[in-house]
Design a protein around this ligand. Structure first.
Ligand code: PLP
Ligand code: COI
Length: 355
């Protein structure tokens, strides 16, 4: 399928002061759109000027939340080129989300072709400064104008781009997390592993309460026992034991299989650390933080990269993780990962795609 290109006649001014770039607030000049109709498949792939969508108010997405999305980044490399990090993994995960949400799968190579056409128009929006990137947001919505609860016969896939700074206003400074012991985010058999809007909608009240108490994000517990650690709002969690072993909750169907999680586990192993995926009970984590067995903790995510976590609050009691600063292993992993993403270090796993 060819990608049609309509360039904007009114290009916007690019942000001048990159030090003020927040996350996901500014959008580029163009977007990619591909439509799906049952019986016809995906069609009409096009890059068009960025702008509002026109949707029938009866669209399924607006009533029943049949929506999925992804998040990846385009980086400016040390050599002045542009590169993507594991982009096919995002589109493959999007298809796993699509399957769970009863939505139409989309060919990964079509997504790649569309993304590259969009970047051909807008990659110059990728900011230059350390810690910034062009955040890429692929999205799929159900656009059947039908109020019955059933799979839609029409979908819209689109990609928008946002020149972004750090996800947390604090940048690489350590953040505190609040363990939510009343509300749950997902349960086994539900849609926790899918990147679908409802998971995030369900997290907003708890997130606001945690912020009000002074914590950057919520750490979710499992929805059955409310005992095992799942993940944080926008990242997977890792705990360093005794300065040498990295432990992370296993993938159980209710947490997002993070691409950064997988990358960091592989890099850590290559660097000689032991990595263990297992169930982690919150009482065990609190006891291990108190006794000092946990020497560092951090979250991983595309937006969050590798974010040090220095405090955890459970049942209104705050416990420090490690020495309160940025852990040595956390920093090493942050550096190794971002060096690969920015083309400053060799890419031993072939993760990057140069444009
Ligand atoms: N968990 C949740 C709930 C997320 O939203 C994200 C962000 O995408 C992650 C984990 C990390 O996933 P990834 O590393 O693929 O960005
Ligand atoms: C990402 O890291 O790409 C995400 O999707 C996190 C988002 C919920 C802000």
């Amino acid at each position: 399928m060819e990608i049609q290109m309509t360039r904007t006649s009114a290009p916007k001014a690019k942000p001048e002061d990159e030090s003020k770039l927040a996350f996901g607030k500014i959008f580029t000049d163009h977007m990619l759109m591909i439509e799906y109709d049952e019986g016809r498949g995906w069609h009409d792939a096009r890059v068009v000027p960025y702008g509002p969508l026109s949707l029938d108010p009866a669209c399924s997405v607006l009533h029943y939340g049949q929506e999925i999305f992804e998040g990846l980044k385009c980086y400016r490399t040390a050599q002045g080129r542009f590169q993507l990090f594991r982009p096919r993994d995002n589109f493959e995960r999007m298809n796993r989300s699509a399957q769970r949400m009863g939505m139409a799968p989309i060919d990964v190579e079509l997504c790649m072709k569309g993304l590259l056409a969009l970047l051909d128009a807008d990659k110059d929006w990728t900011p230059h400064s350390e810690g910034t990137s062009l955040y890429i947001r692929p999205t799929m919505i159900a656009v059947d104008p039908f109020l019955g609860v059933a799979a839609s016969s029409k979908y819209l896939f689109y990609i928008i781009l946002s020149p972004s700074g750090a996800y947390y206003a604090s940048g690489l400074a350590p953040v505190g997390i609040y363990v939510e012991d009343q509300m749950v985010r997902a349960v086994r058999g539900g849609v926790g592993f899918a990147k679908t809007g409802g998971n995030y909608a369900a997290s907003i009240v708890a997130g606001a309460q945690a912020k009000h108490k002074g914590y950057a994000q919520v750490l979710w517990l499992d929805g059955v026992h409310q005992r095992f650690i799942e993940e944080v709002g926008a990242m997977n969690m890792m705990f360093v034991y005794n300065g040498k072993e990295i432990v992370t909750p296993e993938l159980n169907g209710s947490i997002l299989p993070g691409i950064t999680r997988d990358s960091v586990m592989k890099l850590a192993q290559l660097m000689g650390y032991t990595v263990c995926e297992r169930q982690m009970a919150i009482d065990e984590v609190i006891a291990d933080a108190r006794s000092g067995r946990i020497t560092e903790a951090f979250g991983t995510g595309t937006a969050a990269v590798v974010s040090p976590v220095n405090t955890i609050c459970y049942k209104e009691e705050e416990v420090r993780l490690g020495d309160g600063g940025i852990g040595t292993i956390t920093l090493k992993l942050y550096q190794q990962l971002t060096d690969i993403q920015l083309g400053r270090a060799e890419d031993p796993f072939g993760w990057t795609l140069q444009l």
